[in-house]
Design a protein around this ligand. Structure first.
Ligand code: NAD
Ligand code: MG
Length: 394
């Protein structure tokens, strides 16, 4: 697999991860043959990237944009398609490797289609793993596809995790930058604006994950993601704040050895690792300059200011239905904050409010997960409305 040209699909090519992947692919000529590229709404950028990558087909999720895509691709050999069915068909194309870089639970069906039809799947799209981990991992076991984590922490762990001797592992340590509000008081956070929350100190990412980093819900989703990806019990997964974002995560072994993966805070490194795996390729990204590294510091997270982390352990203990609800309520809450309908600290209150209103459910099939995701979203929305009514009345 390492020497031959890889067929590859990129789902969510216009996003932050997608565009980093395009950079990596363009700097590795002759190594990849791009089949399908997809996006949701950004039709002009989709066409432009499809052309740059010389893709076989481009699919836009929003069916109303079919004409625009067709027009943008006139005079090229690139096939155009639109709509959720076409997107799923693209995800189900038989390829060597799929990169899933869609944001949110919307990526669940495409992720599963990719797992069923690709030899390897590079997963950036963490929400389906966090919300429907048992379902996703069941499909991985059934299909035998290799899962390559793109999320920088999980990619780091993947690189230093001794899969042959997992009984020798004491714990995995996920590092977290702490986000833009690492040193802020709760009072300051209560007044945090959208613009402040969207200014991440170390990473340049899409809006949803940037807000998740500010609440540390990103790390909460990553605890759950790590639990399913590495089959590690929650009590063997720890989080440490590491503001420099140089150590991307670590595995501590029983004998006291700690293996860490390090690098610049540039997503092109983990993306290149997954695209080239099991080989290594040159990336166009930043590299570490050791002489400029002044310090590497680590501290315990503050659970009072960032209650998201405890919520992750709580939902893992409760079961998969609670993980679905956590993710769904978070997606609703982040959307509400980004559209300036809720305050920053409301995000966690909305999630806690939704979690307090759910009752346990057994989820097995994909439809069960989707239905419970819909219920949890409705509960989060009704919590937002009830709080607004309460405020208006007081
Ligand atoms: P983004 O918002 O920049 O891009 C999202 C992509 O998904 C776009 O191409 C968009 O067209 C597509 N998309 C959006 N909604 C869709 C829908 N309903 N159906 C199909 N496609 C849809 O997001 P991003 O920052 O690139 O993040 C993508 C995923 O990777 C997220 O799950 C995020 O948590 C994860 N991730 C991102 C980073 C990062 O550096 N950005 C790092 C680690 C993990
Ligand atoms: Mg991460």
């Amino acid at each position: 697999m390492s020497s031959k040209i890889k067929n590859i699909n990129i789902l969510g090519v216009t996003g932050s991860v997608g565009r980093c992947a395009v950079d990596v692919l363009l700097s590795a000529p002759g190594k990849f043959d791009v089949q399908c590229v997809t996006a949701h709404n950004n039709v002009n950028e989709l066409a432009e990237l499809a052309l740059k990558l010389n893709a076989t087909s481009a699919v836009i999720g929003n069916p109303e944009l079919y004409k625009n895509l067709k027009e943008a691709l006139i005079g090229t050999k690139i096939k155009a398609a639109a709509g959720p069915e076409a997107l799923l068909e693209a995800a189900a194309t038989k390829v060597d490797l799929s990169l899933v870089a869609i944001v949110g639970m919307a990526g669940l069906r495409p992720t599963i289609a990719a797992i069923q039809n690709s030899k390897a799947v590079a997963i950036a799209n963490k929400e389906p793993l966090a919300a429907a981990g048992p379902l996703v991992m069941r499909e991985v076991k059934k299909s035998g596809a290799v899962i390559l984590p793109v999320d920088s922490e999980h990619n780091a762990i993947f690189q230093v995790f001794d899969f042959e001797n997992r009984e020798g592992i004491k714990k995995i340590i996920l590092t977290a930058s702490g986000g833009p509000f690492r040193t802020w008081t709760l009072d300051q956070m209560s007044r945090a604006t959208k613009e402040q929350a969207l200014t991440h100190p170390n990473w340049s990412m899409g809006p949803k994950i940037t807000i998740d980093s500010a609440t540390m819900m990103n790390k909460a989703l990553e605890i759950i993601e790590a639990h399913y990806l590495f089959e590690m019990p929650p009590e063997q997964i720890e989080v440490l704040i590491h503001p420099q974002s140089v150590v991307h995560s670590m595995v501590e072994y029983k004998d006291g050895s700690v293996l860490a993966q390090m690098g610049a805070s540039d997503m092109r490194t983990p993306i290149a690792h997954t695209l080239a795996w099991p080989s290594r390729i040159q990336t166009p990204g930043k590299t570490l300059d050791w002489t400029k590294l002044k310090e590497l510091t680590f501290e315990q997270p503050d659970n009072a200011r960032f209650p998201a982390l405890n919520l992750a352990y709580k939902v893992l203990k409760a079961g998969p239905y609670a993980c679905v609800a956590l993710n769904a309520a978070n997606e609703v809450a982040v959307e509400s904050f980004l559209s300036k309908k809720s305050a920053f600290l409301d995000i966690i209150s909305i999630i806690e409010g939704a979690l307090s209103r759910i009752s346990p459910q057994v989820l097995e099939k994909i439809e069960d997960f989707e239905e419970f995701d819909r219920i949890a979203r409705d509960l989060a929305r009704s919590y937002i409305n009830d709080e607004k009514t309460k405020k208006a009345l007081s």
